[in-house]
Design a binder for this molecule. Structure first.
Ligand code: FES
Length: 109
């Protein structure tokens, strides 16, 4: 298990313990974050967009070109934006902190 922290646009930071090997998207959804993840990790939607804390950004495996291309289409992209479906949790990510962008919405609600 690793501890992940999510910072929603409004409200307090949410912490959750997530299993190693699941994606950051799955961890966020499990923690009740409004990450839609419409394409379920196929890199076809960008609704799983998160903004990684600057301290953590360089410690994550680099984004693929496909991920960068998809991020270009996401709303409100910042320098440390990533697609959470493309980040598989590993032991080294204990304490990872990400913000949920403003435009994130969960259509299923
Ligand atoms: Fe669609 Fe991540 S879930 S790009």
């Amino acid at each position: 298990m690793v501890r992940i922290r999510f910072r929603p646009v409004t409200g307090d930071m949410v912490e959750c313990d997530a299993a190693i090997g699941i994606s950051l998207l799955e961890a966020g959804q499990g923690a009740g974050m409004p990450l839609e993840g419409t394409c379920e990790g196929q890199m076809a939607c960008s609704t799983c967009h998160v903004i990684v804390d600057a301290d953590w950004f360089d410690r994550l495996p680099e984004a693929s070109e496909e991920e960068e291309d998809m991020l270009d289409l996401a709303y409100g992209v910042q320098r440390t934006s990533r697609l959470s479906c493309q980040i598989d949790l590993s032991e080294t990510m204990d304490g990872l902190t990400v913000a949920i962008p403003k435009d994130s919405q969960d259509m299923s609600r």
